[in-house]
Design a protein. Structure first.
Length: 213
C-alpha cells in the first residue's frame, strides 16, 4: 500500500498525506536544527562579549568627545554581529532574515542621530542580550542531548576503553550486556532529542525573526 501523497509544509518538511514525516526529510531537518543551535551557541558567546564590551566602552567614554564616535562604532559592531544570526536563520527558514535599517548616512553627527533614532539599532542590542542567554542555553542543551544520544548508540564500541566503566547517569557500564542495554535506549532518546531540538530551534528562530527581521 502506498504511504500516501507527499506534500511540503511551510518549513520545508516533506510529509505524506497521513502527515507522517519522511525519514530522510526528518533527518535533514534535525541536522539543520542542530547546526542552527550549535552555530547559535558560538554566536551567543560572541554576543555576550560584544554587548558587554560595547556598552562598557561607550558609557565610560560618554563624557568625552571621543564618546560619540565610540558609540557609533559600537552600534556598527552590534549590526555586524547580529548579521551572523540573520544568516544563520537560513538553516531554519531557507533564507537569511532581511534587515530593516533606516538610512544611517551623512556627517558623523547626522549619522549618529540617525543610528540611535533607528528602532532596529535598539532591537540589535535587545537581540544581543537575549541571544547571549537564550542562544547559549539552547545551544548547550542541543549539544548535550545529541552527544548523549550518540554516546548511548555507540557505547558497545568504546565502554571498555574507560577504566572503571563508562558512567551513564548513575550506572557504571563495564560489561557488554550493560552497554547493549544502554544502546537500546538510544532510539527513544533520539526521538526525544529530536523533538527538543526542533522546539528550541523554532522558538529561537522566531525570536530572531521578531527582533531582527
Amino acid at each position: 500500500m502506498a504511504a500516501g501523497r507527499r506534500r511540503t509544509d511551510p518549513e520545508g518538511m516533506t510529509t505524506t498525506a497521513l502527515n507522517v514525516p519522511v525519514p530522510q526529510a526528518w533527518i535533514r531537518r534535525l541536522g539543520r536544527d542542530t547546526l542552527y543551535l550549535t552555530f547559535g551557541l558560538a554566536t551567543s558567546i560572541l554576543a555576550l562579549a560584544v554587548w558587554i564590551a560595547g556598552l562598557s566602552i561607550s558609557l565610560s567614554l560618554a563624557v568625552f568627545i571621543v564618546g560619540l564616535p565610540a558609540a557609533l562604532v559600537t552600534a556598527i559592531v552590534f549590526r555586524w554581529t547580529v548579521e551572523l544570526d540573520r544568516r544563520n536563520a537560513a538553516l531554519v527558514y531557507g533564507a537569511p532574515i532581511k534587515a530593516r535599517y533606516r538610512d544611517h548616512g551623512g556627517p558623523i553627527l547626522v549619522r549618529l542621530s540617525r543610528t540611535f533614532r533607528d528602532p532596529q539599532t535598539w532591537r540589535d542590542l535587545a537581540w544581543l542580550i537575549t541571544h547571549s542567554v537564550v542562544g547559549m542555553a539552547f545551544g548547550i542543551v542541543a549539544v548535550t542531548v545529541i552527544g548523549y544520544t550518540l554516546g548511548a548508540a555507540t557505547l558497545p564500541l568504546w565502554y571498555w576503553s574507560i577504566p572503571g566503566g563508562a558512567e551513564v547517569g548513575v550506572i557504571d557500564v563495564d560489561t557488554l550486556p550493560e552497554a547493549l542495554g544502554v544502546m537500546l535506549l538510544a532510539a527513544p532518546l533520539a526521538v526525544l532529542s529530536a523533538v527538543l531540538v526542533r522546539l528550541m530551534a523554532r522558538a529561537h528562530s522566531r525570536l530572531a525573526l521578531l527582533l531582527l527581521g
